[in-house]
Design a protein around this ligand. Structure first.
Ligand code: MRU
Length: 351
């Protein structure tokens, strides 16, 4: 299994996803600023992976405090670190969820106005919490794979979008975790990978992961999915998620909504695979999910080579929202939620 991110000797080591598929290069983050840059620049990306990176980044920031830091300085630094990380990308719920987990752990050790803070104990506990978030993510992905594999038939042709694999998580993956688990269960399947413009997470990352594991796959451009469906070449679509609203509306990589609508037209099942940490009970509907807009250069250039006329106006939303009515099921570590999602997801989150 590809290890996306690890805490090693008080540094964070991560695969630098900007160089894949041709160069497997590791980025070593020695400061929390390095981690924030890595998240902003998509060196690490994918909702669960950036949540883990943020948790580790907060721990990394805290270990740089001098031993003589006062309780007030410790409080201030911790809250500033959390603020920096939660403003690094706006859509993925897991980023906020991970920061909240770190805040809970911190609050227990460092109640406000406490004058006797053991900094070294706080630092150890925060490193441990970040590591636990990573370990739990991998085991949750395996459970998502277990439930999701039951939805896959021998001989299926599955289309996936973006990268919801090991690289987007602590390891194993969500949508790709389901595919991996089906293969591990002996099912013979084939995966269509769409390239996922503008940053090509499908072509660069998902295609690479599948080839590394010899899972049969074919790369297509984003605009080919409808044609393939109309020819009966696709049996189902499985994608990951960045944030799932209380009613099941799902934000995921731009282009996901188009695939869901195509599935409805062709009467194909459309599944979302995501851990409970992606659910946002406080956001009732998809229209309230903040959608990140990224640098226009992602659209007008590829690897610094211009592909559009200079000065053209660009719109570059990184995500879209698929309304719950197009989603056949949401595969979580606790089982498969079915419509109505406000009820099924509500029960899962409570249980
Ligand atoms: O912009 P990215 O590459 O971070 O977007 C990633 C996605 O949209 C993934 O599908 C999603 O985070 C799920 S990853 C398990």
């Amino acid at each position: 299994m590809i290890r996306t991110i690890a805490w090693q000797n008080n540094e964070i080591h991560m695969i630098d996803q900007r160089f894949l598929p041709h160069d497997v290069r590791y980025l070593i983050c020695a400061t929390h600023h390095d981690v924030i840059d890595a998240i902003n620049s998509l060196a690490i990306r994918g909702a669960p992976a950036i949540g883990i990176a943020a948790a580790m980044g907060i721990a990394l920031g805290m270990i740089s405090l001098p031993p003589q830091a006062t309780p007030q300085e410790i409080q201030k630094s911790f809250h500033e670190l959390c603020r920096l990380f939660i403003s690094s990308r706006p859509t993925a719920r897991n980023l906020f969820w991970a920061a909240e987990r770190m805040q809970e752990r911190f609050r227990l050790l460092c109640p406000e106005n406490d004058q006797a803070v053991n900094l070294s104990a706080v630092q150890k506990a925060l490193i441990q919490e970040a590591q636990t978030i990573l370990d739990e993510d991998i085991s949750q992905n395996r459970r998502i794979g277990h439930w999701g594999a039951a939805l896959i038939q021998d001989g299926d042709n599955i289309l996936t979008h973006c990268n919801a694999g090991s690289l987007a998580t602590g390891g194993y993956g969500t949508a790709l975790g389901v595919i991996r688990a089906a293969v591990e269960a002996g099912k013979k399947i084939h995966v269509f990978v769409d390239e996922t413009r503008p940053v090509l997470q499908g072509a660069r990352l998902t295609a690479w992961e599948l080839m590394e594991e010899n899972i049969p796959a074919t790369l297509i451009t984003d605009n080919m999915a409808g044609y393939l469906m109309s020819r009966g070449k696709i049996d189902k679509v499985i994608v990951g998620a960045d944030r799932i609203a209380g009613n099941g509306d799902t934000a995921n990589k731009i282009g996901t909504y188009t695939l869901a609508v195509l599935c409805r037209e062709h009467r194909l099942p459309f599944y979302v695979a995501a851990p409970i940490s992606t659910f946002d009970r406080h956001t009732k509907e998809g229209k309230d999910i903040p959608i990140e807009e990224r640098d226009p250069q992602e659209v007008t250039a590829w690897q610094h080579c211009s592909i559009a006329p200079h000065g053209i106006k660009v719109f570059n939303p990184a995500f879209d929202v698929t309304p719950n009515r197009y989603i056949s099921g949401i595969i979580t570590e606790k089982g498969i939620a079915r419509p109505p999602f406000d009820v099924s997801l509500g029960n899962m989150c409570a249980g």
